[in-house]
Design a protein around this ligand. Structure first.
Ligand code: SF4
Ligand code: SF4
Length: 219
């Protein structure tokens, strides 16, 4: 994939500080770009930016590039990078920290579809069901049709059970989801308010200038 050159003006120190202040941020400045995380990652070949690059981009405050990369959504949270990083950085947790920021910023990535399907299956059943995951994801991603022969072969070998395992009581789980949704809505609301305030500022300044001109003219 051809990548655009990164320009110094793309740097956003507010975003960098926001990430560095989170529970995973403390060690991020110590990354020495050794690449052990990339060597450990089973899906780095599918990512726009490898975990090593993503950590560096956070250090530089490249907000737009970080939040719109597919890396944070492709990560399978296998934790290989986190257990092997010699500096104790946790790229896995970094991905999980960046996802809600991207959502709150209104950045939609097509790779988020699987996350949405996975969350809805867990929310409704309390447990992951391979059959539900694959069938629902296939409805949102037409390219999955190519995987049909593979899926049928798995079914024939009993590797894709049709049975759906449900938790007896999902009440506590529902409460957790509600809390998460509420916090996401709150973040989006706060962002909208900030943006409205930003729009208002130049108008208010202009109105004040006009008022001042009128007063000057009367004098
Ligand atoms: S393994 Fe750790 S120190 Fe090495 S590049 Fe990855 S995040 Fe940086
Ligand atoms: S946790 Fe994510 S980034 Fe780290 S090795 Fe696994 S898939 Fe790659």
């Amino acid at each position: 994939m051809k990548k655009e050159p990164i320009l110094p003006e793309s740097r956003d120190t507010t975003f960098r500080d926001q990430v560095l202040k989170t529970h995973v941020g403390e060690k991020i400045p110590t990354c020495m770009q050794c690449g052990i995380c990339v060597g450990s990652c089973p899906v780095s070949h599918e990512m726009d930016y490898t975990p090593r690059q993503l950590v560096r981009m956070v250090q530089l405050g490249l907000k737009k590039e970080v939040l719109s990369s597919n890396t944070i959504w492709i990560c399978t949270a296998c934790f290989s990078c986190s257990v092997r990083c010699p500096r104790g950085i946790h790229p896995t947790e970094l991905m999980e920290t960046l996802k809600p920021i991207a959502i709150a910023e209104g950045i939609i990535n097509k790779n988020a579809k699987f996350d949405n399907v996975f969350s809805s299956v867990i929310k409704n059943n309390g447990r992951a069901s391979e059959f539900l995951l694959i069938s629902r994801y296939s409805m949102t991603e037409l390219g999955m049709i190519k995987q049909l022969p593979f899926g049928l072969a798995m079914m024939a070998k009993g590797k894709l059970p049709l049975s759906i395992d449900r938790m007896e009581n999902t009440r506590e789980l529902e409460a957790i989801f509600k809390l998460g949704e509420k916090s996401g809505e709150q973040k989006i609301e706060n962002k909208d308010i900030k943006e409205k305030d930003k729009d208002k500022e130049p108008q208010e300044t202009k109105m004040q200038e006009n008022e001042n001109e009128k007063v000057e003219a009367k004098k």
